[in-house]
Design a protein around this ligand. Structure first.
Ligand SMILES: C[S@@+](CC[C@H](N)C(=O)[O-])C[C@H]1O[C@@H](n2cnc3c(N)ncnc32)[C@H](O)[C@@H]1O
Length: 190
């Protein structure tokens, strides 16, 4: 397995290089200072077997959708799994996964430092994925215990408050988003 770190900011990439040399001098990890929208997976790494896994975190759902559509366009015919952790606009991201024909393998909801994160494990490999991504999510609302149930309820409440404000502000698609989140039922798996 080869790990490739990508960012478009040179100082961040050189920091990662220094850390790799200091803490993991024998690793075969590589760094790339490129615009993710231009990522060429075959040039940056070539797994002889296995497949590519692209992990994108820390950017908004709309920019993430642009990254994904460009990566798919620039790397046609290659099986790619994605693990995605956007900082916001998950509804828009999920909508774009549907348009990009990406299927969902799994999804999780976590709360860390008082912030909520949806994590989506998705793939363009039809042998691998089992579900069509729902625009609001499915598994993230089904919790294993009461703690996770509370996290899901808090998150749903936060989303509804946000999109109701946006709807009130007159944004066109916000009403559909509010209606979609109003249909969500948080439940505990038995
Ligand atoms: C908030 S940071 C998140 C960093 C890291 N992914 C994480 O989760 O800790 C967002 C990063 O996205 C990078 N970024 C934004 N647009 C990019 C692009 N077009 N190509 C590559 N990196 C980009 C920024 O330089 C920044 O370092």
């Amino acid at each position: 397995m080869q790990v490739n770190f990508v960012d478009c900011v040179p100082s961040l990439i050189s920091q990662i290089e220094q850390n790799l040399q200091k803490f993991h001098p024998n690793s075969n990890a590589k760094t790339h200072c490129v615009d993710l929208k231009k990522l060429d997976l075959l040039q940056s790494s070539m797994p002889e077997e296995g497949k590519h896994l692209v992990i994108i975190a820390g950017v908004g759902g709309e920019l993430m959708s642009e990254f994904i559509s460009n990566i798919l366009l620039n790397n046609q015919g290659i099986a790619i799994d994605f693990i995605l952790c956007p900082v916001n606009y998950c509804y828009h991201l999920r909508e774009s996964l549907e348009h990009a024909n990406l299927g969902l393998i799994d999804e999780w909801l976590i709360k860390e430092n008082n912030r909520f994160y949806e994590i989506l494990y998705t793939s363009n490999d039809s042998h691998q994925h089992h579900l069509l991504p729902s625009k609001v999510g499915e598994k993230i609302w089904q919790s294993d215990d009461s703690k996770q149930n509370l996290i899901a309820k808090e998150y749903l409440n936060k989303l509804l408050c946000h999109y109701r404000k946006v709807e009130f502000g007159g944004q066109l698609d916000a009403a559909d988003i509010v209606r979609a989140y109003e249909q969500v039922k948080v439940c505990e798996k038995r």
